[in-house]
Design a protein around this ligand. Structure first.
Ligand code: 13P
Ligand code: SF4
Length: 322
């Protein structure tokens, strides 16, 4: 332990990251900490980032809603978004005057890829007058074609805030069906799926309960409705994390991306985590090395087409006001 350069940071992750692995990270972590000061930069990291990023270099962590909210409050000149492209685009929409960097431009999302602005125009034609509620996991062009955005953390509130009997909710079919069940609002869905959460099954949940008696099952609302129905509780990544912190279940399983359990488990050593592991290949494109390169080289700068930026921002800001 005395050989470590950053022992105070290692203390936070030592239960998950073996010391020899950590030593391979230290050079990049030390460089990133210096670069942040030098460039007046902050790192916003999603809950699915690996522990050496989440606990090692991030300034602000959270779910999509928290990252969007906190992006508005950031005082630095440069924001590095350790997450996927739509999150960086949302940060840029809310901070048009700041430099927003994404360490890997290929960090996409199966939901964002499932729908275009032209698809929304066709949906509006088929359902005249029905408001379009768009999940933040979409491109700025799709947001611009929408009435209001939502995240998994506020989808129910956003739909209820509209006070209408029917909405179009795109692109996540499962989120839409889960919200329909909670709100009683008629929801027209799209066929988008999260490639990570669609893999969970109700049978798997029943198997987990059999193998791990007493386990509390928390499911992300991007999971299929029959999985959410088998779970004890459903909520965004931040809501799941809060549930663990406040309710302190003795044994818990988070039906969501793999790194999330690592990050939450580090904050709650007294809770036993059962870990089925589904990785998001897009989130996993972000590494300490490419965060360091992003800061060193000022790449890859995120921009939003000025022709759609105002409309997209309006849909996001309308959500933040709910
Ligand atoms: P949260 O907003 O719950 O963090 O979800 C984002 C996401 O990409 C889930 O797969
Ligand atoms: Fe998209 Fe699913 Fe990955 Fe989240 S976990 S970024 S919804 S593919």
């Amino acid at each position: 332990m005395t050989d470590l350069r950053l022992p105070h940071l290692y203390d936070r992750v030592s239960r998950i990251i073996p010391a020899p692995d950590w030593m391979l990270f230290e050079d990049d972590i030390a460089a990133i900490l210096d670069l942040k000061r030098e460039k007046n930069a902050v790192i916003l990291a999603h809950n699915y980032q690996t522990p050496e990023i989440f606990h090692g270099v991030a300034d602000i962590v959270g779910d999509s809603l928290a990252l969007a909210r906190k992006a508005v409050e950031v005082d630095a000149e440069v924001i590095v978004l350790a997450g996927v492209h739509f999150m960086a685009e949302t940060a840029k929409l809310l901070n048009p005057g700041k430099t927003v960097l994404i360490p890997d431009t290929q960090a996409g999302c199966s939901l964002a890829d499932s729908i275009t602005a032209e698809d929304i125009a066709l949906l509006r034609e088929a359902h005249p007058g029905v408001p379009v509620v768009t999940y933040v996991n979409t491109s700025a062009a799709v947001k611009a074609a929408s009435d209001i955005c939502c995240t998994s953390g506020n989808a129910v509130r956003v739909v209820e805030s509209l006070g209408v009997p029917k909405v179009l909710m795109i692109p996540d079919e499962y989120l839409a069906r889960n919200v329909a069940r909670e709100t009683g609002v008629e929801i027209v869905a799209w066929k988008g799926r999260c490639e990570v959460h669609e893999l969970f099954t109700a049978e798997e949940v029943r198997g987990l309960r059999e193998s791990w008696p007493g386990v509390t099952v928390l499911a992300h609302p991007e999971c299929p409705p029959e999985v959410v129905a088998e779970a004890d509780f459903s909520g965004s990544t931040a809501v799941m994390s809060d549930f663990v912190g406040t309710r302190k279940p003795a044994r818990v399983v988070l039906l969501t991306e793999c790194s999330m359990s690592d990050n939450v488990a580090l904050d709650h050593p007294d809770v036993e985590f059962i870990r089925p592991c589904n990785l998001c290949p897009h989130m996993k494109r972000i590494s300490l090395r490419n965060i360091r390169e992003a800061l060193e080289q000022g790449r890859h700068e995120v921009s939003v087409d000025p022709a759609i930026a105002d409309d997209a921002r309006r849909a996001v800001e309308r959500m933040l006001a709910v």
